[in-house]
Design a binder for this molecule. Structure first.
Ligand SMILES: [Zn+2]
Length: 605
């Protein structure tokens, strides 16, 4: 691509014009939305008019309906992605916010349509439903359809489910909203350079990355004292939403609170246990990393607020395009297709990376299903972490690229597999950066970034899981007091951190209050899929390292199947491993811990 009229020192803005020209005021967008509204109504009417008992003579009619429904879902998903892009590129785009609200209504209407489909599925015989699933027109969606029916059979009668969903809006989910409001309103007085300012919890959390220990300590104490003042209310929110969930589970005859999260993750409990066993066995080795880090930082005790303390440093900065070139060059050593995709994403301006006021924070990759394209959102700062983010998001983009011709029901993958391509890219590019630098400080910094990540995913996330699990056991018997929540949290941290955090004063007692993940009603047990995704991607990367570029074809095929089978089946088919057994997990954990040795060596210099 010609770069003559492009300033290569600046990070790019993205191209949204080729999707719907004119941003939130776009005429094309308005027409598209109008059609969605109209079609949603007609699909809802149609489902009740179709024959209610499947047989040879009407199977084709249903298959056609399901094809159209998936095509519709693609359009709905595209418009939701597009409006999300508008809102994040300019948080003050009022019109975009308004459209966002409208799209939300359509999404919940579509959910009701899926409930009708579940009700229909439930009434069909196994034989007929299976025949529909494998009929050649919708064969790729067979897994999704079978799963939809299996889950429907595990639920209450459709009218009760619909009623519960409606009640949840002002009941269950409101506890989450109430918590979020509390979180947003909380402030702490923070003193730095003789000046005292009121900081939000997010700002205080950022201060925990400071190289100055007093700053980190002060930020941590302010967060704890802010939550101390709201702990009784947080405890109520946590207890009541868990109570709601448990009542629902009881009516559905689901006896374990893990049942739903395992269904959502498309994994078996044996798999989860095998993973945590490997984690628990490997975690004590992290003490060598923490001891070395203590030595560098001059600490005698490693506390909660020392986890994100930076070590090592780098004076290197990258322009967006130089980073892009570096990423592509290294991806090419594994897969030319993956490299070409990334080149195209950059050249076609699929990436919004400009640093300017008015943009939302964070980074993500989103997809336009009809256009069969994706877009990446981030803010370019020029450091190594931005290089990692860009590589990560390009991985998500590639995953979508591989799935772009699948029908929608076959392109929906669980959270457990969602991070495979992104973490894979991140590992590959970080390792390339590590091997190319000769500066000790830079190596130390990169290794520390990787190990901080490992420490978080193996210990911190495990602590959250242990807490959630223990909390639900006690909640089944009644309300769990605030003091008891503290105790459960400390016990979980003690076990999960395996001695890496000082047992006398290092823990974060009120973590159950301060971590918003515990309050997310849409995703119960919002913890283990992170560790799963991280270790699964590490295992896949491990394989790519051993087999080299010849593995690229399997890698692509693995990604292409992520919406078509369980996580165990994906692993069996493409890696030849059994996720319910310890071997895969132990070797993934071992690989992650391989960075400890060079880190300790560098720290000793
Ligand atoms: Zn990601």
């Amino acid at each position: 691509m010609s770069s003559e009229n492009k300033d290569l020192s600046k990070a790019p803005t993205w191209d949204l014009e080729s999707v719907y020209p004119g941003g939130s005021g776009s005429k094309e967008l308005a027409i598209f939305l109008e059609n969605i509204k109209k079609d949603l109504k007609s699909y809802t009417n149609k489902i009740n008019k179709l024959p209610q008992k499947l047989n040879d003579s009407n199977r084709a009619k249903w298959a056609d309906y399901l094809i159209k429904l998936q095509e519709f879902l693609g359009r709905l998903s595209q418009v939701a992605s597009f409006v999300h892009c508008l809102v994040s590129q300019n948080v003050n785009d009022e019109k975009a916010h308004q459209i966002y609200g409208e799209v939300d209504v359509y999404r919940s209407e579509f959910q009701k349509l899926i409930v009708l489909l579940e009700a229909f599925a439930k009434k069909q015989s196994n034989k007929e439903w299976d025949k529909l699933g494998v009929s050649n027109k919708i064969g790729d969606s067979a897994f999704f359809l079978a799963e939809l029916r299996d889950i429907a059979k595990l639920k209450m009668a459709p009218e009760f489910e619909a009623f519960a969903t409606e009640l949840a809006v002002n009941g269950y989910h409101s506890w989450n909203r109430l918590y979020d409001k509390m979180y947003g309103d909380l402030r702490g007085d923070f003193t730095e350079n003789g000046e005292t300012k009121q900081l939000s919890l997010g700002q205080l959390a950022n201060k925990m990355n400071s190289p100055d220990r007093n700053i980190r300590k002060q930020a941590f104490e302010k967060i704890e004292s802010a939550w101390e003042s709201r702990s009784n209310m947080a405890s109520m929110a946590l207890n009541f939403q868990a109570g709601y969930r448990l009542t629902l589970y009881e009516k559905r005859n689901w006896d374990s609170p893990l049942f739903e999260p395992l269904l959502n993750s498309r994994i078996k409990e044996e798999t989860l246990n095998a993973m945590w066993n490997a984690v628990e066995k490997g975690a004590p080795k992290l003490n060598q990393y923490i001891d070395a880090k203590k030595k560098i930082l001059g600490l005698d005790k490693f506390k909660w607020y020392d986890q994100s303390a930076p070590v090592g440093k780098s004076n290197q900065t990258f322009s967006f395009y130089a980073a892009g070139d570096f990423i592509i060059e290294n991806l090419r050593t594994f897969s030319p297709e993956l490299a070409d995709f990334s080149r195209m994403a950059i050249d076609k301006r699929w990436i919004e990376a400009e640093d300017r006021p008015g943009k939302a924070g964070g980074g993500y990759c989103t997809t336009f299903e009809v256009k069969k394209e994706s877009r990446i959102f981030m803010t370019w700062g020029g450091g190594f972490s931005d290089l990692g983010t860009l590589a990560h998001e390009l991985g998500h983009g590639y995953h979508h690229h591989v799935l772009k011709d699948m029908p929608m029901f076959a392109a929906i993958y669980p959270m457990t597999l969602a991070e495979t391509a992104s973490i894979f890219n991140e590992l590959l590019v970080t390792d390339a950066a590590l091997s190319k630098t000769s500066s000790d400080d830079e190596q130390l910094m990169l290794l520390d970034q990787k190990l901080q990540n490992a420490h978080g995913l193996l210990c911190n996330i495990y602590a959250r899981f242990l807490f959630d699990k223990a909390f639900y056991i006690e909640r089944k018997k009644g309300l769990v007091s605030r003091t008891r929540l503290d105790e459960l949290m400390i016990e979980s941290q003690k076990r999960a951190f395996a001695g890496t955090i000082d047992p006398t004063e290092g823990y974060h007692k009120l973590f159950w209050a301060s971590k918003l993940h515990f309050y997310m009603t849409d995703t119960p047990f919002y913890n283990f899929p992170y560790t799963f995704g991280y270790l699964f991607a590490s295992g896949v990367y491990n394989r790519a390292q051993m087999e080299g570029p010849s593995f690229a074809k399997n890698y692509r095929a693995l990604l292409a199947d992520t919406g078509k089978m369980t996580s165990e089946e994906v692993a069996k088919k493409h890696l030849g491993v059994d996720l319910t057994k310890p071997e895969f997990w132990s070797s993934a954990v071992e690989r992650v811990l391989n960075d400890i040795e060079p880190f300790v060596k560098l720290a000793g210099k």
